[in-house]
Unconditional design. Sequence first.
Length: 421
Amino acid sequence: MNSRKQALEILLQVFLEKKFSNLLLNQVSNSGNFSTVDKQFIYNLVYGTIKRKIYLEYVVNKLISPEKTPMKIQVILWMAVFQIIYLDNIPDYAIVNEAVNLTRTINKNFTGLVNVVLKRFIAEAKELMIVNIKNKQNVKPLSLGFPFWLFKKIERDYSLEVAVKVAENSLEKSKIAIRVNNLKANREEIFERYGHDYGLKYSNVCEDSLIAQRSIVNSDIFKEGQITIQDEASALVSQVLNPQPGTKILDMCSAPGGKLTHIAALTKNTSEIFACELQEKKIKLIKENIERLGAKNITILNQDALTIVGSNVYDYVLLDAPCSGFGVLKRKPEIKLQQFNKEQLNKILESQAKLLARGFDLLKPGGEMVYSTCTINLDENQNQIRAFRENNSNLVILEEIQLFGFENNTDGFYICKITKT
């Protein structure tokens, strides 16, 4: 299978089966079927097409009848137009030729259409790329491949400037962020020994993190558990919790185990940690990370965190709550393509509120709890905490952080540290 065929198969699974591209691309990365150059091309083509899908679809629809063109053919056209516009190292004729060949494997009756459409786009690209719509407020979001409803939501929550920056940042490539596992190494040692090999730089977001310029997941230091792959903003969560050694700790939503194993490292494997995860299929990954990173004294609870019994039990509680994911659009760009309705968002808010209440009840008086999400939605973050505080006068906010991805090219994250008096 060639690289474009593989990219097409991934995109079809994303668009038609609602699968996550990062998981599908991880499978390609771990396979031995493609060279490093081909893997990078597949990565760029898949992510680029998804991130700009809204815009690419708008452009292509000027040249076809969407109702009469099968979705698989439309995706091939989106892929080709993306390459023509954004990948300067590939000749246009080669892009057209590969698109036609790819179409032949899907439905040879549309090879002529694909050939004609792409040649016309190349000839008229300057005019066709212009966004000309009645809703002038949507010109900027559409040109950035960003959903108008989400753009307006962010604008209402923050400002037009923030909405534009979030939309622009959603097109950026995520950094390769690693967290040094202090159970087996320290940041300075890793930097000194491997800085040149992987182009390492110090993070200014999390004190245990480094930024790599080259892939590091297949390295010995990763396999040996000296480092793990974790976004800086995500790693900051456990740093803010700052759990002390010899304490009793609950991680309410543990998968995949990044924050959990960070907690173990921060407490030097001396704390009693309970890791709760509802989805049984994710338990294996948690166990693998625990084993690789050498984390100890962890009890895994395969259950709904709402069913954990007791009150005033834990010194520290981490609730990395399920959320809309509006802060991880760079890593999971298909989130931009989801149509979140009011009912769906309310269901998320309700789930978060219940988990927050259960976690706070489980927290000892004087204990500390972190509520975090990978979203920038005020309703799930600041408003969620304030609504809860109105009914819990013994809640005190110790620290509150809202990270936007455009600030340091991290994930967008909300982190709120509270205590019970």
